[in-house]
Design a protein around this ligand. Structure first.
Ligand SMILES: [Zn+2]
Length: 62
């Protein structure tokens, strides 16, 4: 499901490489190389979960 066809720069190890795109729910995106994939997937998932939780709390308060 992740393809490394983009020639770019890995945001995790800061190395030029073929990368895959990771999208955050706030519209931002980062790229990771194959070596950093599992770490990147975990990172993005945690960010998105935190963001969902934050939004749920903000909604509950308003
Ligand atoms: Zn990397």
């Amino acid at each position: 499901m992740h393809t490394f066809t983009i020639e770019g720069f890995c945001d995790w190890c800061q190395t030029p490489s073929f990368v895959t795109k990771h999208e955050y729910i706030d519209g931002k995106c980062h790229h990771s190389c194959e070596k950093c994939l599992s770490f990147a997937v975990m990172d993005v998932r945690q960010f998105n979960l935190a963001e969902i939780e934050f939004r749920a709390k903000s909604l509950a308060q308003s």
